[in-house]
Design a protein around this ligand. Structure first.
Ligand SMILES: [Zn+2]
Length: 488
């Protein structure tokens, strides 16, 4: 133990030398270290926490217009733990007194949830430590000074370390939750906007025209998208933190979804622009976040399996069958199921209950194939071609209840075959001609394949999530085990 103490003290002494060396340049410096009792003073978790705090500190100082001379910064881990030191820029050292910088750094410590672990020290241009004279509180007993508890040996090193490590872990978990959910929110918004903007789309609203719609245009969709996107984080967070019984999954998603629908109708003057998106994105964001929370990455198989389990019985419980008496005031989906049976008229409920077979086989696989074949990244301007092909592929098989409800099964089959004909055409010019014919046909017949547009949007979303949260190679080999152990 004596040896360790000696090593820690010598590491601290070396830090003093580093400060003195920086003072030779006559610049004040800022350093960050953590107050970890006992030994070792750093490990993998602490290092991640330190890196997180460092980013936060730099941002905090920048927001106060205090700039650091990063080229002269030094970052190291020694026996005394993780350490970072950097001089202020010449300009910042002239504009801010060291006392003011110390005050700001103390505010940073004070506002941080784990501020009592954080030491931000300031050294003036002569290499002298700038002290505020304020005592740090004890980590465990909030109302006592840390030195007092140390003197009286109120807590054992083990107790303190357990408490601190637990707090750091919780903090980092929360931090991960926030960043995962924020990222999922961004991807969902991006996917939704890609789908709406893709143009020209057969019969549907896009950024160039209104398709077969008279009651909505691109701006109606922008209005409802803005409203809907403000709930994506809530949906993702609900999935990330979910720990109730599985029969509560749908009600949890629907509680948020119903509010989204109300707000959508308010934003569009009672026009249904994206009810399908609300349903599909609600389920997808919730389940994707849930999978990532459980295993640390996105796994399509587990995602689909969970989705199937949580929506089991959706069709039987919520859609009427042809033998039932006609029910008044039902939705398009319900009327389609009653008129044409579940095979043809099961709509979006059937698609999710079966684990998104159309989206995966005719959407995601086609999108991946075309993105890879053309070596284009979807964020590039050339993304139109893979997206367009994916939409056509979805349209060629999807029993779109939007078409079925308004136009019946014959028109549905006609649109499916026209979409397939475009896909099968190998000549670029002939394909373009057939595509224009499909667009023209939908316009003439007032057909809008809105259901396929929704499937395209969710295809793009799942594609983005897979790219953003890939499984690690080592984790992939134990995939079978993961699936088996991941039970509701
Ligand atoms: Zn204490």
């Amino acid at each position: 133990m004596k040896d360790i103490l000696g090593l820690v003290l010598s590491a601290r002494a070396k830090r003093g030398d580093i400060r003195k060396n920086l003072a030779l340049q006559k610049l004040p410096s800022v350093s960050l270290s953590l107050n970890i009792p006992g030994y070792p003073k750093s490990d993998k978790t602490i290092a991640v926490f330190f890196a997180t705090v460092l980013v936060q500190l730099k941002r905090y100082l920048k927001a106060q217009r205090i700039f650091l001379d990063e080229i002269k910064s030094l970052s190291q881990t020694d026996e005394a733990g993780d350490f970072f030191i950097v001089p202020l820029t010449v300009d910042s050292s002239l504009k801010h007194s060291v006392e003011r910088v110390k005050e700001i750094c103390q505010s940073f410590e004070g506002e941080h949830p784990l501020g009592r672990l954080i030491d931000v020290d300031i050294t003036d241009r002569n290499g002298q430590a700038v002290s505020s004279g304020k005592m740090k509180g004890c980590f465990i007993c909030e109302d006592r000074a840390a030195v007092q508890c140390m003197k009286e040996e109120t807590h054992s090193k083990e107790e303190l370390r357990d408490y601190i490590f637990n707090a750091i872990e919780q903090y980092l978990n929360k931090d991960t939750e926030k960043s995962v959910c924020r990222r999922l929110t961004t991807l969902a918004t991006q996917a939704m906007l890609y789908e709406i903007s893709l143009a020209p789309k057969p019969g549907a609203v896009d950024r160039l025209n209104c398709g077969s719609h008279e009651d909505m245009d691109y701006f109606t969709f922008l209005n409802s998208s803005a409203v809907i996107s403000s709930y994506f984080n809530e949906l993702a967070t609900a999935g990330y933190c979910f720990n109730a019984s599985k029969d509560q999954i749908l009600p949890t998603i629907r509680m948020i979804g119903l509010e989204m629908e109300e707000q959508m109708f308010k934003a569009t003057g009672s026009v249904n622009t994206q009810k399908g998106i609300i349903f599909l994105f609600g389920l997808t964001l919730f389940h994707a976040a849930w999978v990532i929370a459980q295993i640390g990455y996105f796994d399509l198989e587990i995602f689909i399996e969970n989705l199937k389990q949580s929506t089991r019985g959706l069709v039987a419980n919520e859609l009427p069958t042809p033998s039932m008496e006609p029910a008044g005031g039902t939705t398009h989906g319900e009327i389609c199921a009653q008129r044409y049976g579940l095979q043809l008229g099961g709509g979006i409920r059937r698609e999710v209950e079966q684990g998104l077979p159309t989206v995966i086989s005719y959407g995601l696989n086609v999108l991946k194939e075309h993105v890879i074949a053309q070596d284009v990244w979807l964020k590039e301007i050339d993304s139109k071609e893979p997206l367009m092909r994916t939409l056509l592929s979805l349209m060629s098989v999807n029993n779109d209840t939007n078409i079925l409800f308004r136009k019946g099964p014959e028109q549905l089959e006609k649109v499916k075959s026209l979409a397939l004909a475009v896909l099968k055409e190998s000549g670029a010019e002939a394909r373009e001609k057939k595509y224009r014919h499909l667009v023209g046909y939908c316009l003439k017949e007032h057909i809008s394949p809105g259901g396929s547009s929704d499937l395209l949007a969710v295809t793009i979303l799942i594609y983005f999530i897979e790219l953003e949260f890939p499984s690690k190679p080592s984790a992939q080999s134990s995939k079978a085990n993961t699936v088996a152990s991941y039970e509701f």
